[in-house]
Design a protein around this ligand. Sequence first.
Ligand SMILES: [Ca+2]
Length: 197
Amino acid sequence: MTIPARTPSSHARLQGLAVALGALLLAAGASAPLTAAESEIPLKNADFEGGDRSTGTNPKVTGNVANGWSDNSDWADVKVEYAQDGDKPHGGKAAQRITVSKVGGGAVQMVQTVSLKKGKSYSFSAWLKGKPGAQVGLFLRRVDPYTYYGTTKASVTEDWKQHKVDATVTEDADVLVMIVLESPADIVIDDVRLVER
Ligand SMILES: [Ca+2]
């Protein structure tokens, strides 16, 4: 009588697969996988790796903002400096630093526009770190009129932490994805994501 060669149990094989998959996701820097009902709305330069550009000649708004993103603070009484930050980004080689030294009125806003759909729900998330105590608004707001579909205030921590805001959009609309700072702060943002369901 021969003894069958020892093979790994299916349980052990599944475990091995799960470990391999986990390693793959970690390697890709991926967040939670999407469910069948979810889809990703692509944001421009969501990982802040794609270079940056000058904020222009406004003396209140200086430095470089990531390509695909815009400063929308020229209407406000603020002083802000943008910079690409390569010191331990959440993913890749770069993140966006926003240093607000004055808010006399209004707010510092870094934005980009997306087209969203009536009746759909959205989750906008961002990885943030910075000087603890800073509050960062994550907003989804219609371009015109200013309908706020979702707002949250994230409390920044010294180490990277993911924050998110959920919103339901009630008409087909052009919507601003907004990072909002209403008081002096020194924060870094990386790996933002917009999921539709
Ligand atoms: Ca990055």
